[in-house]
Write a protein that binds this ligand. Structure first.
Ligand code: OAD
Ligand code: ZN
Length: 252
């Protein structure tokens, strides 16, 4: 583990045709959005089984919507941080780049990332549980009542993946392909315990990628990655981008 940018990482980036990053809640922590696990994590205060699954939603849609309305408000009021912006820069510097995220906060797109695979959906979108129609809210829900579909009257749900649900197939396929192709693969701000997302760095490694983890703490990936950089993503990633740029300029 190191706080510096290693020569091994810089050399891997220098020759990379293809690279990708898997991000988790930790990349948005510096934007003021709470993570799920850890001391102050959301799942310490809220029970996933009462909020983030279909049964809970059908049993108590207003409660589930109160929670999502709260999170939508927090996310709406926040914005991308230096870590999200660093990934936008990497996308410009590396010929084939994919940002793979477990986050539903839309901050990668708001930062300007283009090639994004959203594995767990996007909280800014909703759809009808009955007829499947998109029911996106430009205006944030002000009351904590579950909204109903304007087409069929059915319950509207946020377009996020709940416990027990499958990942969107197209996003997963894009992510898995990117992991297979990657010469360098970053795992950033994720506790690396939720599957199948957590398998992506391992798939990348098996296919020859140099795997770099950026996290505040060690995770189950730490022993398997080529390198773990302990620290805040918003501090580490801009340094990696700067060094990479310097090296490219020096070469040119
Ligand atoms: P977690 O909350 O499990 O993990 C966040 C990770 O980010 C932890 O390992 C922290 O150490 C690290 N971290 C915190 N602040 C950081 C910072 N400033 N810089 C770098 N790292 C930092 O979040 P995820 O791994 O994203 O799924 O959780 C995965 C999934 O579990 C979520 O997508 C969600 C949840 O249940 C669904 O809702 C389907
Ligand atoms: Zn409907």
């Amino acid at each position: 583990m190191t706080a510096e940018v290693s020569d091994a990482l810089l050399n891997a980036l220098k020759s990379a045709q293809s690279a990708a990053a898997l991000t988790g809640a930790g990349i948005s922590a510096e934007s003021g959005i709470e993570t799920f696990r850890g001391e102050n994590g959301l799942w310490n205060r809220f029970k996933p089984e009462e909020l983030a699954n279909v049964d809970a939603f059908l049993r108590n849609p207003d409660l589930v919507w109160a929670w999502y309305a709260y999170r939508k408000r927090v996310i709406h009021q926040s914005g991308p941080n230096a870590a999200h912006r660093a990934l936008v820069e990497l996308e410009a510097l590396i010929p084939d780049w994919t940002t793979i995220t477990q986050n539903v906060d839309d901050l990668h797109r708001r930062a300007g990332s283009r090639n994004v695979a959203e594995l767990h959906g996007n909280i800014t979108r909703n759809y009808c549980y009955e007829c499947g129609a998109r029911c996106d809210d430009d205006t944030l829900p002000e009351e904590n009542n579950a909204p109903h579909c304007s087409k069929c009257g059915g319950l509207v749900r946020p377009d996020v993946v709940w416990f027990g649900e499958l990942l969107p197939a197209d996003a997963w396929e894009k992510a898995e392909d990117a992991a297979r192709r990657a010469d360098v693969f970053f795992s950033i701000g994720t506790s690396a315990v939720v599957y199948p997302a957590a398998s992506l760095p391992l798939i990348a490694k098996r296919h020859g990628a140099y795997v770099v983890e950026v996290n505040m703490d060690a995770t189950p990936l730490t022993g398997l990655a080529d390198e773990t950089i302990i620290g805040a993503a918003g501090e580490i990633l801009p340094v990696i981008v700067d060094k990479f740029r310097e090296m490219k300029a020096g070469r040119g």
